[in-house]
Design a protein. Structure first.
Length: 365
């Protein structure tokens, strides 16, 4: 690729420095080599501690079940086995993951077991958090009822109202993805042009600085009055928040491209189009993808507020409707669904980012 050729050409003058860095020992070890080196240095106590930490989530999960079953309830609790079933499912999933990681470790693949070791404390803390929440709601009533329902009530109402929740979830996803991709596309165009052309940046940058600091929800009352439909207004609000994040990230990344790369590309006969698509964009890709991740966060906030304030469908509207009828268990059920959706979407973007930037993972610096 042209970008790689340019980097090789630009780095010719730095060969001596690179050779010096290569002799610094750990500086050029891959991440997998560093993991193996760290594993070899572990003492017997550290190995035992690692195994204890990895089985800790299952222990905490069982403790959460015992807390739920053994401590008497302070308030009424319908269909009490739902919560236990959910905990058993989570423990079972973790146990399967643990066995898979163990089998891979025996075959020489340490990556899965290392991920499990890293995530185990968080999962154990999650089970303890659930046990504490259950104790404060169902067992003692310290958290005011029915404003803060117990987990079993939330799970039961989510299952009973699952058809409506699925319908609202699909509407939210359609609105979220449509506004997000429109905003990202517009942000890429604006950011790339502004980052590459100083003349365009001179005129557009003041507009970005003026509109950018304004919180996206601030536009909702105005947009809902101006547009012809609430759906279009919500799409515009989501797109606006996504556009700003991607524009700033793209413009910053491209404007910071080393000028020597452009000079080297011109000596190789690159056209202006090639300078943009083969030099500037590849160099700025980490910054662009970071902007896309930030845009998703802005989109998630904007869609929730938009649905609660005007759109007559979606999870945000469902939460507002449930609150108006004092159905707090339904409101919490929708809140958990929103958290799950946004977590999955953000994780998907992170996987795409890692895939596109996998060339960065070769050497640890």
């Amino acid at each position: 690729m042209l970008f790689r050729s340019i980097k090789e050409k630009v780095s010719l003058g730095d060969k001596e420095e690179m050779k010096k860095e290569e002799t610094e020992g750990l500086g050029n070890l891959s991440r997998q080599q560093l993991r193996e080196l760290e594993a070899k240095d572990k003492t017997t106590f550290q190995v035992i501690l690692d195994w204890i930490i990895m089985i800790l989530p299952m222990i905490c999960g069982v403790a959460a079940i015992l807390e739920y079953k053994l401590i008497p309830d302070e308030i009424s609790n319908k269909k009490p086995e739902t919560y236990v079933g959910a905990l058993l499912v989570f423990i079972g999933i973790y146990a399967v993951y643990f066995l898979v990681a163990l089998i891979k470790k025996l075959r020489g693949n340490l990556q899965t077991i290392e991920k499990l070791r890293f995530r185990s404390p968080l999962l154990a803390a999650l089970f303890l958090l659930l046990a504490g929440y259950d104790y404060l709601t169902l067992k003692t009533g310290i958290l005011t009822q029915p404003f803060i329902p117990c987990m079993n009530a939330i799970l039961n109402i989510a299952w009973e109202d699952r058809a409506y929740l699925v319908e609202c979830t699909l509407h939210t996803l359609r609105l979220l993805l449509l506004g997000y991709f429109i905003g990202v596309a517009a942000g890429l165009v604006t950011g790339i042009i502004c980052g590459y052309s100083e003349k365009v940046r001179y005129w557009i940058n003041p507009i970005i600085k003026f509109l950018g600091p304004i919180p996206t929800p601030t536009w909702i009352p105005i947009i809902m009055v101006v547009v012809s439909s609430l759906f279009k207004g919500a799409v515009f609000i989501i797109a606006l928040g996504s556009w700003f994040a991607v524009t700033v990230a793209s413009m910053t990344g491209i404007s910071n491209v080393d000028k020597s790369y452009f000079e080297a590309a011109r000596t190789l006969g690159a056209s202006e189009r090639q300078l943009v698509f083969r030099v500037a964009i590849p160099y700025a890709m980490p910054s662009i993808l970071q902007g896309c991740t930030q845009a998703m966060s802005s989109a998630c906030v904007a869609i929730t507020v938009a649905e609660m304030m005007g759109v007559k469908a979606g999870l945000g509207w469902y939460m507002n409707w449930a609150k108006s009828w004092a159905a707090y268990d339904k409101m919490f059920a929708a809140l958990f669904v929103i958290c799950i959706i946004f977590t999955v979407v953000t994780k998907g973007l992170d996987l795409i980012k890692r895939r596109l930037l996998r060339w960065q993972n070769g050497v640890v610096k």
